[in-house]
Ligand binder design. Structure first.
Ligand code: COA
Ligand code: AMP
Length: 630
């Protein structure tokens, strides 16, 4: 079947389409139907089924006689370690950790926070939770204590599983003190913690609360898979919204299994036994879906890579991994390629490796710029496929379905909607616009299986954030257009979210931190264009009158404050002091106009601006920071 036929088949009978896809999953009790729409506009999929995620990701491959196949390859240039774990070994390891968690009281529905670096034990912790029907919430290692504390209070975990440390080039990230600080800060206290001690830093354990990863198993029985209902949350993953309070995206168990399994063949063209590598981090949705769950559910080998595209040890490290482990499909963010291209524009490192196993490169996480795509196409001689998705959906909204049909690539477009997604471009009044016109990108409800049914303990916020603006649609928060062939173009966010090195960050969250500085009266954070990271946050600060500190000192303190409160991942290093912020007469800060000035773009003077002269001051402050062209 062609893409057009597949998409038409889904549209004609979504129920039959997803029930067919569901046949690839091993159910304890199969679903009686796919869609449950009695609470529309809240929808659920395969709700009356009973199933276990870990069984489908691990045990079923062992039961099918493929236990000796490698499930996980751990490749860590920062610790000089390589390790292979077969499906049989994975089953033993996960069952034993799950048994240890259960012995300490973790049961179906309990939350468990996971705060770990890129080691296979992070995947084992996720799978051990899903084995028990416990709901994990992985927190990215680049977040500081305060962010971890916010998530602890929201998820109210019974247990926390953490690594003793992470390793960034040139420094050890002390996870354990960050964890201790977060638990102290949080109102909710976990009953216990399990600490995976790494030889690079052995952490001090708190008697009675912390257990060593290995010791905690003493005297406990391995756990079997616990069946859960189809709508049971598999995990919560927090993502940035418009405020500092992150949104807890809920992933429903059955839809997650069906949809992810579907994507591995249809989008990534992977067959069981093939090696798949997503060079991301378990703390992000890409890591959840494509380092952990999808490759394992579909019986592939997945790679856990602990390193960076450059400097660990060089700009050839990705190509070494692909060549050594015979990766067939490789998935990364455009920013990672830009980092490599900057160091090795001629692709000298590419030539050093036999990359004959590599068939397709996939890019996501941010807009794929034409230069990067063309560079990769030229250097690797394989299709370079952009695809667009979000934490909320967990997998591709629009892409090029390589296992169905390879559609012609139009550079700048992530191609076309996947089955399940009826994408419309809407004007402010919620009416579809003509092809080629910009608008808000929305998806006609219901969203397909596996996408978020709600936000954790925040149904009102779910409705307000995604459903209320355009009744009958899911609001993606992205703006863009469709061309006459139905190809999509993702141009910008419609909210205050920015994308820094493929990481989704809230400028509103950063503003909340800056506003907490005692000398800051008012502030605004914008995302300025950056050659390497796509965007960088830049803060404008208005100081309280009578402040004795110099502007320079306040800026430095604000940079430190964001690093301490949100974490290094915010990459907040640019701040300047201005007398006033440009506003409309009704008091709305003109962030978009400031972005245009910083990026050196033409802009139309907003008709409602209160005092146009302020823009000259903004331009002068930006010039001092080196912008435009900073
Ligand atoms: N734990 C602790 N700190 C972390 C971290 C982690 N897991 N990940 C990043 N950080 C820190 C970095 O060390 C850096 O700290 P610094 O300010 O002291 O230098 C800071 O957070 C910013 O990190 P990052 O934005 O990643 O910048 P970088 O300069 O270290 O690396 C790239 C730049 C482009 C190489 C890197 O961002 C990259 O590989 N990006 C790919 C992104 C990706 O895979 N995204 C997933 C979506 S598909
Ligand atoms: P996250 O939830 O962290 O995956 O971030 C999702 C957001 O990243 C989307 O809403 C887009 O703004 C952006 N994004 C992800 N993939 C792409 C892509 N292929 N092209 C353009 N923007 C993208």
């Amino acid at each position: 079947m062609t893409y057009a036929e597949t998409y038409a088949a889904w549209k004609a009978d979504p129920e039959a389409y997803w029930m067919k896809a569901a046949e690839a999953i091993d159910w304890v009790t199969p679903p009686s139907k796919a869609l449950f729409d009695e609470n529309a506009p809240l929808y659920e999929w395969f709700k009356d089924a009973e199933v276990n995620t870990c069984y489908n990701a691990v045990d079923r491959h062992v039961d099918a006689g493929r236990g000796d196949q490698v499930a996980i390859i751990y490749d860590s240039p920062v610790t000089d370690t390589k390790q292979k774990i077969t499906y049989s070994e994975l089953k033993t390891r996960v069952a034993s950790l799950a048994g240890a968690l259960r012995a300490r009281g973790v049961e179906k529905g309990d939350r468990v926070i996971i705060y770990m670096p890129m080691v296979p034990e992070a995947l084992e912790a996720m799978l051990a939770c899903s084995r028990l029907g416990a709901i994990h919430s992985v927190v990215f290692g680049g977040f500081a204590s305060n962010e971890l504390a916010v998530r602890i209070d929201d998820a109210q975990p019974k247990a926390i599983i953490a690594g003793s440390c992470g390793i960034e080039p040139g420094r050890v990230v002390h996870y354990k003190p960050l964890l201790d600080g977060a638990i102290e800060m949080a109102a909710h206290k976990p009953e216990f913690c399990v600490i995976f001690q790494r030889e690079q830093e052995v952490a001090t354990l708190i008697e009675g609360r912390d257990y060593d990863w290995h010791d905690v198993r003493d005297g406990t029985e391995p756990a079997e898979c616990v069946p859960v209902s189809g709508d049971h949350p598999a995990y919560i993953l927090y993502t940035s919204g418009t405020t500092g309070q992150p949104k807890g995206v809920v992933r429903p168990t059955a839809g997650h299994l069906v949809a992810l399994n579907w994507t591995m063949k249809n989008i990534y063209d992977m067959d069981p036994g093939d090696v798949f590598w997503a060079a991301s981090d378990v703390g992000w949705v890409v890591g959840h879906s494509y380092i952990c769950y999808a490759p394992l559910i579909s019986g592939n080998t997945t790679i856990v890579f602990e390193g960076k595209p450059v400097g660990t040890p060089d700009a050839g490290t990705f190509w070494r991994v692909i060549s050594e482990h015979k990766v067939k499909s490789f998935f990364t963010a455009p920013t990672a390629f830009r980092a490599v291209k900057r160091v090795d524009p001629q692709g000298e490192f590419v030539k050093k490796y036999d990359l004959s196993s590599l068939k397709i490169i996939f890019l996501a996480g941010e807009r794929a710029d034409p230069d990067t795509i063309q560079w990769a196409e030229e250097k690797f001689g394989v299709p370079v496929i952009d695809h667009w998705w979000q934490t909320e959906t967990g997998y591709t909204i629009a892409g090029n379905p390589m296992g169905i049909e390879r559609l012609p690539v139009k550079i700048g477009s992530p191609t076309v909607p996947m089955p399940g997604y009826d994408i419309q471009i809407l004007d402010d009044g919620g009416h579809p616009v003509a092809d080629g016109e910009l608008g808000a990108i929305a998806v006609k409800l219901p969203l397909p299986p596996g996408t978020l049914p709600t936000l954790w303990n925040a149904e009102d916020r779910f409705r307000k954030s995604y459903l209320d603006t355009f009744p009958g649609y899911y609001e993606t928060g992205d703006a863009g257009m469709k061309d006459e062939d139905g190809y999509l173009y993702i141009m910008a966010r419609t909210d205050d979210v920015i994308n820094v090195a493929g990481h989704r960050l809230s400028t509103g969250g950063m503003e909340e931190v800056l506003a907490s500085h005692p000398d800051v009266a008012e502030c605004a954070v914008i995302g300025v264009t950056d050659q390497l990271k796509g965007q960088l946050p830049l803060g404008f600060l208005c100081l309280n009158s009578g402040t004795e500190k110099s502007a320079e000192d306040v800026c430095k303190e604000c940079v430190t404050l964001v690093r301490e409160k949100i974490g290094p991942v915010a990459a907040f290093k640019l701040a300047c002091v201005v007398e006033r912020l440009p506003k409309t007469r009704s008091g709305k800060i003109l962030r978009g106009t400031m972005v245009s000035i910083a990026d050196g773009k033409e802009f139309k003077m907003p008709a409602t601006i209160d005092d146009p002269a302020i823009l000259d001051e903004i331009a002068e402050a930006l010039r001092r920071l080196g912008y435009p062209n900073g």
